[in-house]
Design a protein around this ligand. Structure first.
Ligand code: IVH
Length: 672
């Protein structure tokens, strides 16, 4: 890595770096509120180290390069470590790791076996057991003196307060206290619900948890623990001879150990282990930031000893950073095929984990506002594995003077039509069925089985039709000719003929299917049948007020609003008029007001996938037998027909004590 001294002299740069590192240490260790990522911190420290190596006269005894971790905070009694808790030198790439291996091999006179352990991103603590009983516990602090956190550690259920009978008279168990991702998510969820600022990451939440004034608050935070080393101990003979056996011994004592530790016979195996876990880290329920590689033979460890504060027998292979800071140049909006407005960040290009990131997702407007992300902010961007990079949040200290709270555009950035922002939804939607961003998906949906059921028109052909400008909206399907279709790549004349005839055949599906096919939010088969049966013609549906729509049994206010909104848009009305002109049937038999039949007066809700019938078919039979089908479960519902993967509706029905049927049960009722 080049030392970035810019215009500053090496001395100025070193002092600048020290200031920034000290500040970062303070925020990280004392305030539990880091302003820079661990990776950025490592870079700063690395640059300072190199600078001090190149200019030894600049190295000062109090330089952060000479110290482990931060100063202990004054709120706790000091905890003196009988055996210092040291940290590890870092390896950032294969070369660093091979250099470590070569040093060890040279000193040991052979390539020794190594143990690779996941480097848990938590905080190191030391647990003192006397005659198997937990008597005290401390954080690492500066390595010699940490903070006494005994009452808090006693409150952590994952840490045994008593070891098994195999325990020696005195033993320090060292390891990592951490918060799992799932507990972290739950904790932050609960904090947000109470309008508290969420924690930046599990590590900080864990550190905060351990340093609570009240052990009950520590207990609430549900920390976990993995043991991986010893400090002081009596009874050396009772202890294992290798690191790998030490982990097994811990397990016998009742100390949790990480299950992924692996013994490696060569440095190639070590490298393979590092690469494998760099890929797989996201699959774990806890965060790791690297791999710790240790000489397995404990006696050899002792012989290799220390170089300054770092052991010669171990090294931390650090994964490439997943986060970086950069400037958010602009918040742009992309309209998805379903009309959803997806805001995304246009970034000042930044390298993260070896890839240049220029754009990142911002999820949705609500998320942007909640995190208060603004254009021109410096933001933290996260990129992990194959996941789309996303903006974690702004660095508020670096916010420029004039910035504005973000608002999603009121008009679709693609077609200029009004944007609908349903109250219960975090997304906004373009309301124009002919919006170019949506046409492909609209056509695919229009032709799909539950809608107009046009065989041969799927996603691929829909895309080809849009690309060739043969379709600008769904009504254009009816203007297609065999010649025009056959002009498309990979479309034989015979297939073109079949498609044209399938399109022609779709004209007689009737109003309910057309209402489904138009892709109105919340209007699926059931609601479409209710509307078609109630109004009989598309004109009547289009002209109905929101109140009139909501008065239809089974049509809730949300659906009514969506239907009214859809038909208020001129382009949507124009599509309907053109469907009408080409001869698409836009009427339906009206549902007789009072139907006699076995299910007269009964209200049904359909949910999940039925074995033989589609929900629309089942609804048709129910209506034909005089019953009513509605979409939401309430106390007024008589039956819920539940198929596979029925979700919240089934749960609600169970909680309300409503009769639940499967398809066979429904058939029996229909036949009664
Ligand atoms: S061994 C002298 N093993 O990483 C060796 N450390 O940068 C002491 N860590 O302070 C550390 N997982 O907080 C070791 N399996 C593991 C670890 C681990 C996480 C942390 C620990 C340590 C830091 C070293």
């Amino acid at each position: 890595m080049a030392v970035k001294s810019g215009n500053a002299s090496p001395a100025e740069r070193a002092s600048d770096l020290r200031g920034r590192i000290e500040d970062a240490n303070y925020r990280y260790h004392v305030l539990d509120d880091p302003a820079i990522s661990d990776a950025e911190y490592d870079l700063l420290l690395r640059e300072l180290k190199m600078l001090e190596e190149q200019h030894p006269e600049l190295a000062t005894p109090d330089s952060p390069t000479q110290r482990v971790g931060g100063a202990p905070s004054s709120d706790f009694t000091p905890y003196r470590h009988d055996v210092p808790m040291l940290s590890l030198a870092n390896a950032f790439d294969e070369d660093d790791l091979r250099a470590f291996g070569a040093r060890v091999a040279k000193l040991a006179g052979k390539t020794p076996a190594y143990v690779c352990e996941l480097k848990i991103d938590g905080l190191a603590i030391s647990l003192r057991y006397e005659n198997g009983v937990l008597v005290s516990a401390g954080t690492r602090g500066d390595g010699s003196v940490g903070e006494d956190v005994t009452p808090n550690v006693r409150a952590i259920r994952a840490i045994p307060r008593r070891l098994s009978d195999a325990a020696p008279a005195r033993l320090d168990v060292r390891g990592e206290a951490y918060l799992s991702r799932s507990e972290f998510a739950a904790l932050n969820g609960a904090r947000e619900a109470r309008a508290l600022t969420p924690f930046a990451n599990p590590r900080n939440a864990a550190a905060g948890g351990l340093r609570q004034k009240d052990p009950r608050l520590t207990a609430e935070r549900r920390l976990s623990f993995f043991g991986y080393a010893t400090g002081a101990f009596d009874d050396a003979d009772a202890l294992p001879r290798t690191q790998f056996e030490l982990l097994a011994y811990f397990q016998i004592l009742g100390v949790p150990v990480n299950p992924h530790a692996t013994r490696c016979a060569s440095l190639d195996d070590v490298l393979a282990f590092c690469r494998e876990w760099e890929e797989a880290r996201e699959t774990l329920d806890y965060e790791i930031d690297g791999i710790v590689i240790k000489v397995d033979d404990l006696e050899l460890q002792a012989r290799l000893g220390y170089a300054g504060k770092d052991p010669r027998w171990a090294i931390a292979f650090k994964f490439r950073a997943q986060e970086a800071r950069t400037k958010l140049l602009k918040i742009d909006v992309n309209v998805s095929r379903s009309g959803k407005l997806n805001p995304f960040a246009v970034l000042d290009p930044v390298a993260i984990g070896g890839v240049t990131v220029r754009m990142a997702t911002l999820h949705n407007e609500a998320d942007i506002v909640r995190k208060d992300i603004r254009e021109s902010d410096t933001v933290i961007v996260h990129r992990a594995g194959d996941v789309i990079p996303y903006v974690v949040g702004p660095v508020l200290e670096l916010r420029p003077k004039k910035t504005r709270v973000y608002k999603i555009p009121a008009k679709c950035p693609v077609c200029g039509s009004p944007v609908d922002h349903p109250e219960d939804d975090v997304f906004s939607y373009c309301t124009n069925a002919a919006c170019p961003a949506q046409v492909r998906e609209r056509i695919r949906h229009y032709a799909s089985r539950g809608a107009m059921d046009i065989e041969g028109v799927g996603d691929v052909l829909a895309g080809a039709l849009v690309d060739a400008r043969l379709c600008r909206d769904v009504a254009d399907l009816y203007d297609l000719t065999v010649e025009r279709l056959a002009s498309l790549p990979r479309m034989a004349e015979k297939s073109a003929r079949n498609v044209v005839s399938a399109i022609e055949g779709s004209k007689s599906r009737g109003l309910a299917r057309v209402l489904v096919a138009l892709g109105i939010r919340y209007v699926g088969g059931q609601n479409a049948s209710l509307l078609a049966g109630e109004f009989g013609t598309v004109e009547a549906v289009m002209e109905a007020s929101e109140e009139r729509l909501a008065a239809v049994a089974g049509i809730g206010p949300q659906i009514a609003e969506s239907v009214a909104f859809f038909f208020r848009q001129k382009p949507n009305r124009a599509i309907v008029a053109r469907l009408d002109a080409t001869g698409v049937a836009l009427t339906a038999p009206r549902t007789p007001k009072v139907v006699a039949g076995p299910l007269a007066g009964k209200t049904f809700v359909l949910t999940g996938t039925l074995p033989d019938w589609t929900r629309e078919e089942a609804a048709g039979y129910i209506v034909a037998a005089g019953g009513k089908v509605v979409s939401g479960v309430s106390k007024k519902t008589d039956y819920v027909v539940a198929g596979d993967e029925a979700g919240s509706k089934l749960i609600k029905a169970q909680s309300l004590g409503i009769a639940i049927l499967d398809e066979a049960g429904l058939r029996a009722l229909l036949n009664a």
